[in-house]
Design a protein around this ligand. Structure first.
Ligand code: GDP
Length: 354
């Protein structure tokens, strides 16, 4: 009996120990602590530091639609045709045609006259742009050649506002004339601008022309007088006289221009050409320039520069209409040979192109 009681007590004790061990394991499992496998030391799993998550970009704002390419500027010809396409020409179309010309710098008076002529010739089925090109060429036609006196000294005076392309045009004209076997002299009567003499001297060298120049501030009339003497002594065929690119609104300077002309007339007997250089990109200001210059020194012709750019030079139609001065030369670039005699048909085609 005693032995039986001892065995029960030992069994109970053993059972209690087993129950405690089982409970302890259960707790460990609940706490997530893995039991190291036998024979292997639990080593911490090498872990790379988590790369810092890239900062999240703020939500991109909705992208604006890519800008649309601006519609290609259509030429005057295309716009004129579109105006008349598929409908009878009424007063409204003719008014709008006039408006198109005014916006191309042709000027109100010249625009009205051109439209009137096209209107008289227009009939169903005709191309209004072709009619307009013909009328433009006709309005600009006539005597557009330079008047050179064979065997004598021809004097060409060149005027225009600063930046119009006066010096460049003189250089190109000199090259054109020497290219025809003529002897050419240049006079730098632009004594107002410091660099003018140097600039013109470079052009003279390129063109194979002789130059008379003086220091800044010298009397422009005196330079002109000396240049005529020098040209005569050398037996030159043409003398081209540069003048200060004065603001056409400055009266004393305009008076000085008239004085240079008087000196030239006295020294050489006559001035065959007074050319106004107009920049094709000038727009309506070109007509104001032409008015002012011709008041001081009556113009005989226009040299239209920078026609190689986008500007079409519609302003010369206004100048021709109002002042009656023909275009004689056209500048088509900055190079020595980028000058051409004026061709009314080519000009009209270019004006109406597109
Ligand atoms: P000026 O102040 O009237 O003597 O003008 P310049 O002869 O010095 O010319 C002013 C600028 O216009 C210069 O950069 C010239 O190269 C440029 N230029 C002159 N004529 C033409 C032309 O026919 N076409 C182009 N593209 N540029 C020109």
């Amino acid at each position: 009996m005693e032995i039986f009681l001892i065995a029960v007590a030992v069994g109970a004790l053993f059972g209690l120990i087993l129950a405690l061990v089982a409970r302890s394991r259960a707790r460990q499992r609940e706490a997530g602590v893995a039991k190291p496998e036998r024979g292997l030391r639990a080593r911490p799993i090498p872990t790379r530091p988590e790369p810092a998550a890239p900062p999240r970009k703020p939500a991109a704002p909705p992208r604006p639609a890519p800008p649309r390419a601006p519609p290609r500027a259509e030429g005057l010809g295309v716009r004129i045709r579109a105006l008349f396409a598929g409908k009878r020409a009424t007063d409204e179309e003719w008014v709008r045609l006039e408006d198109l010309l005014v916006r191309a710098d042709v000027g109100p008076g010249a625009s009205a006259r051109l439209v009137q002529r096209v209107r008289e010739r227009y009939e169903d089925g005709s191309d209004p742009a072709v009619l307009m090109a013909e009328e433009v060429a006709s309005a600009l036609g006539g005597d557009s050649t330079l008047h050179l006196i064979p065997g004598e000294l021809t004097v060409i005076m060149v005027v225009g506002v600063n930046g119009a392309g006066k010096t460049t045009t003189i250089g190109k004209l000199a090259a054109y004339l020497t290219g025809q076997g003529l002897r050419v002299g240049l006079a730098n009567s632009d004594t107002f601008r410091a660099a003018a003499g140097e600039q013109l001297t470079v052009w003279a060298g390129r063109a194979g022309a002789h130059i008379v120049t003086q220091t800044r501030g010298a009397d422009p009339g005196a330079v002109a007088f000396d240049a005529v003497g020098s040209a005569k002594a050398r037996g030159d065929d043409v003398l081209i006289v540069d003048t200060a690119g004065r603001l056409h609104t400055r009266q004393p300077l305009m008076a000085e221009l008239a004085k240079v002309k008087r000196v030239l007339e006295k020294a050489a007997g006559d001035v065959q050409e007074v050319l106004l250089v107009i920049d094709a990109t000038t727009g309506q200001n070109g007509i104001a320039q032409a008015r002012e210059f011709t008041n001081s020194v009556p113009l005989t012709g226009v040299a239209l520069t920078k026609l190689d750019g986008t500007a079409k030079g519609g302003i010369v139609l206004a100048v021709r209409d109002e002042i009656g001065v023909p275009v004689k030369l056209v500048g088509l670039g900055e190079g020595l040979h980028d000058l051409q005699p004026f061709d009314p048909e080519a000009f009209a085609d270019n004006l109406l192109a597109g």
